[in-house]
Ligand binder design. Structure first.
Ligand SMILES: C[S@@+](CC[C@H](N)C(=O)[O-])C[C@H]1O[C@@H](n2cnc3c(N)ncnc32)[C@H](O)[C@@H]1O
Length: 233
């Protein structure tokens, strides 16, 4: 099924912001904390669906790039006693999450999810919402391998993130990102907040390359896919 994401006209956005300087990832979110949740209102329905798609018996959950906890608001509503490990780089974002859900069984991990060791067979499910559209397929494949390993047998990973509607847009995104990094002298390996989504096909193939047994789009809400990947061997 062809999908056309409605969130942002990326080509136009790259043109309109062509002169903006690169911002480091954590600092970008720290600075926008006051308006963050309002800015994310486009995804309200998506947060609800991610919570609904979790299997009814889920007891332990890993949330990658949890931010202020917009998906967790809905997940805790459905599973008040769930045990959550929530990872994020931005201290300001996780402070907001703790204000809302400090009384829950919630452990915040203030770290880079590409570097953190999530262990083996620990979680019934993992989720990530609107956080992975900044990274290459290669980096994501390594992360997917860690998520796959961290899931218990039968575990699932749910990803909701916007995608590039064509390979040309994906290519444009990465070349524009490189242009800006070079222009601003951003050191290799430093994360910047710049959107470089992959196409759906590329995202799914990175999941399979990371070792998931299967990966498929289960919903397409306003052009944004929700993908469920099942633990592989
Ligand atoms: C757009 S927000 C999404 C937050 C939340 N999932 C939501 O939908 O509201 C992206 C989040 O991912 C976090 N993030 C980006 N790269 C990360 C990394 N490498 N490790 C951990 N967190 C990261 C950012 O700090 C930010 O809080």
């Amino acid at each position: 099924m062809p999908i056309t994401q409605e969130y942002l006209d990326l080509k136009k956005w790259y043109e309109e912001t062509a002169d903006e300087r690169c911002e480091e990832m954590g600092a970008f979110f720290d600075r926008r904390i006051a308006t963050y949740e309002e800015h994310m209102s486009f995804w309200q329905e998506h947060y609800g669906r991610v919570a609904e798609l979790l299997p009814s018996g889920v007891g332990t959950l890993l949330d990658l790039g949890c931010g202020t906890g917009l998906e967790l608001d809905r997940i805790f509503r459905r599973f008040p006693n769930i045990s959550v490990h929530a990872v994020d780089l931005s201290e300001e974002m996780t402070k907001e999450l703790l204000k809302k859900h400090g009384g829950r069984d919630l452990k915040i991990i203030l770290d880079d999810y590409f570097l953190h060791d999530f262990g083996e067979c620990r979680y019934d499910a993992a989720v990530s919402v609107e956080t992975l559209h900044h990274f290459t397929a290669e980096k994501k494949t390594g992360l997917f391998a860690k998520i796959n390993r961290a899931l218990k047998p039968g575990g699932i990973y749910i990803e909701c993130d916007y995608i590039a509607s064509t390979p040309e847009i994906e290519e444009l995104a990465f070349s524009e990102c490189q242009r800006r990094r070079k222009r601003d002298g951003v050191p290799d390996g430093q994360y910047i907040h710049f959107d470089t989504p992959l196409t759906l096909e590329h995202e799914l193939s990175a999941m399979l390359a990371g070792g998931f047994g299967s990966a498929e789009m289960v919903e397409n809400l306003k052009g944004t896919p929700i993908i469920i990947a099942k633990k592989g061997n």
